[in-house]
Ligand binder design. Structure first.
Ligand SMILES: CC(C)(COP(=O)(O)OP(=O)(O)OC[C@H]1O[C@@H](n2cnc3c(N)ncnc32)[C@H](O)[C@@H]1OP(=O)(O)O)[C@@H](O)C(=O)NCCC(=O)NCCS
Length: 170
């Protein structure tokens, strides 16, 4: 992250964060995914946050971390069942400043500390290079329907270092 930017911090999700995270989710999809998905696909994807009650329930049911800058949420990530990154969204105003990497680092460390050997993610096409850089390896292509639109993604997997023993994965 650039030295001139205020430092990001991490904290756990609180139910009152839901509207702000829904807004980050929508902005990230609208502004960061247009090279890989059509407008109709982006709209269908972003509409997942229209039902804020359901969206908040999903966040509360997973291990959700929030990145903040000067106490304002700028991104979030959610770990499902200790071994799957279910969500990772960064507000476009801070994209490319290391917030996504910070969130992902934290989920990987938490998962490893819980004894998880490998972490998976169904990476959107715009995020697959982000995950590849972090050591995630493509396993298979998927097509999923969201609000009647088909969207492609790639299941990727990373073997984690064992935090309990400090041993390397290989
Ligand atoms: C993917 C996403 C979370 C990345 O967040 P970010 O905060 O911009 O990422 P970072 O700044 O931490 O980037 C870390 C590294 O990945 C690289 N990177 C980030 N986004 C990238 C992209 N879309 N393609 C290729 N490389 C990317 C950065 O250049 C950086 O590389 P470096 O370590 O060599 O400097 C963000 O672009 C986003 O919210 N996208 C839209 C929502 C989405 O698709 N989420 C994933 C769902 S699975």
């Amino acid at each position: 992250m650039s030295q001139s930017q205020p430092k990001a911090a991490l904290r756990p999700f609180l139910p009152t964060d839901t509207p702000m995270l829904a807004a980050i989710f929508v902005a990230a999809i609208e502004e960061l995914t247009g090279d890989d998905y059509s407008e109709a696909q982006q709209e269908a994807w972003a509409a997942v946050a229209d039902d804020e009650v359901a969206f908040g329930k999903k966040l509360a049911g997973e291990l959700t971390l929030i990145a903040t800058v000067q106490n304002s949420p700028v991104g979030f990530a959610a770990l499902k069942g200790n071994d799957h990154i279910d969500m990772l969204y960064v507000h476009p105003s801070v994209a490319g400043q290391g917030v996504g990497a910070m969130l992902c680092d934290a989920l990987e460390k938490l998962a490893a500390a819980r004894g998880t050997k490998s972490l998976s993610v169904d990476a959107s096409d715009n995020a697959s290079d982000f995950f590849k850089k972090r050591g995630y390896v493509a396993q298979r292509r998927n097509s999923v329907t969201i609000n009647d639109e088909w969207l492609a993604n790639t299941t990727m997997q990373k073997v984690l270092a064992n935090e309990r023993t400090g041993g390397a994965p290989q």
